[in-house]
Write a protein that binds this ligand. Structure first.
Ligand code: NAD
Length: 363
């Protein structure tokens, strides 16, 4: 049985919601709201657990803090099939259940999108990641997080002696984050040597075309039948011979079982919590640089916060570039000088700001 562990930051609220009439179960965690109302996505998954939502909410606290946003961190999980035809109904019911939880602002995540956020907004009058027609900046359509990953790569590559132009990249997941990362990194001259989705992995050491992969995913729902690559199991994306590895799908995918097989020199954590703590230590010992999720994938939340503050698309992209480049440099320098994991360097900085805000507010 999982036991909740509390620390100096939180979690401050853990809610288990149940709609008896419809049998809908959901979990909401507000980890910390000292910096402002907590932002964090609503994940729809049949297998989401309280433990996962708690960990994801903490990631959001650290992400918002280090990005200098006026927001805390939270997360929600609706335990359901994201392809359920009754999705609109259960998202609306979930929204009504969190109407009075004013220190949590929902956003999109795996299993929800701009349309889902429109339903949430319609019910409770607050959400980020809204469609353009409702005043939103469509962060997934624009590839905010993938853009941020490419900005992060520009700063991190020199730390491992990799030239971004010509760097070989492998990406797990070809959804909003993975696809946009592939796009923005290809635009900077990187070569896609492997990609995966739920159906499997395709690889080609000489490179694969972003547009062709993207069209294939759009038309068939998967990249697995890409003709100019070889197909393999999902897991093989992690052991590909490449310079940069980007896990951009599910949690804990790089762990003690496969970390030894990683050949990349740089890992950019596109997904939230894709690398276990133990694997992060092991990778560090192996000399593989792993930029933590709450630094590398902050593009989405930065754009969401800019949208919430009424700013426009160009301002959001400028903010992503500035914040991610600055923070990547900051944590990699601190990590080098103190000989600590990049994650620990980032946590030190992020926690400091939250703790100060808690102090001011008399928490
Ligand atoms: P998405 O649903 O758009 O895409 C997920 C992709 O991962 C899909 O292509 C799916 O086929 C693939 N996938 C799922 N399980 C897989 C597996 N076992 N092996 C290989 N591929 C698999 O989701 P997304 O918005 O791209 O989010 C991906 C991750 O990034 C999540 O952890 C999310 O929390 C995180 N994240 C997203 C954003 C954002 O802006 N969307 C921002 C920060 C972090």
């Amino acid at each position: 049985m999982f036991e909740i562990s509390y620390d100096e930051l939180g979690p401050s609220k853990i809610l288990h919601l149940y709609s008896a009439k419809r049998g809908i179960k959901a979990i909401v965690v507000v980890d910390n709201a000292a910096l402002g109302p907590a932002v964090g996505g609503v994940r729809v998954s049949a297998s989401i657990t309280t433990e996962e939502v708690i960990r994801l909410a903490r990631t959001m606290t650290l992400k918002s803090s280090i990005a200098g946003l006026p927001h805390g961190g939270g997360k929600a999980g609706i335990i359901a099939d994201p392809k359920d035809p009754k999705k609109e109904e259960y998202i609306r019911i979930f929204s009504r259940m969190i109407k009075d939880l004013n220190d949590y602002i929902p956003g999109p995540d795996m299993g929800t999108d701009e349309k889902a956020m429109a339903w949430v907004y319609d019910e409770i009058g607050r959400a980020t990641g809204l469609p353009e027609e409702m005043g939103g900046i469509p962060l997934d359509k624009l590839g905010a997080t993938g853009f941020g990953l490419a900005e992060c790569a520009e700063v991190a590559c020199p730390y491992v002696g990799v030239e971004l132009k010509g760097a070989r990249i492998a990406i797990q997941g070809f959804g909003s984050v993975g696809k946009a990362a592939a796009k923005f990194l290809s635009m900077r001259g990187a070569i896609i040597v492997a990609v995966s989705d739920t159906k499997g992995c395709v690889y080609n050491p000489y490179g694969m075309d972003f547009k062709e992969l993207s069209e294939l995913k759009q038309s068939t729902g998967s990249i697995i039948n890409y003709q100019k690559g070889k197909a393999a199991d999902c897991e093989e994306v992690f052991s590909q011979d490449c310079d940069i590895l980007i896990p951009a799908a599910t949690p804990d995918v790089i762990n003690l079982h496969n970390a030894r097989n990683v050949k990349a020199r740089l890992i950019l954590q596109g997904a939230n919590i894709p690398v276990t703590r133990e694997a992060e230590e092991l990778l560090h010992k192996k000399g593989i640089l792993s930029v933590p999720d709450f630094i590398a994938n902050a593009g989405g939340v930065i754009m969401a916060a800019m949208e919430y503050a009424g700013r426009v698309e160009k301002e959001a992209f400028d903010a992503i570039s500035l914040k991610i480049k600055t923070n990547t440099g900051l944590i990699l320098e601190r990590s080098k000088h103190k000989n600590i994991l990049p994650r620990h360097a980032a946590e030190e900085i992020a926690k400091e700001r939250v703790l100060k805000a808690m102090d001011y507010r008399g928490y």
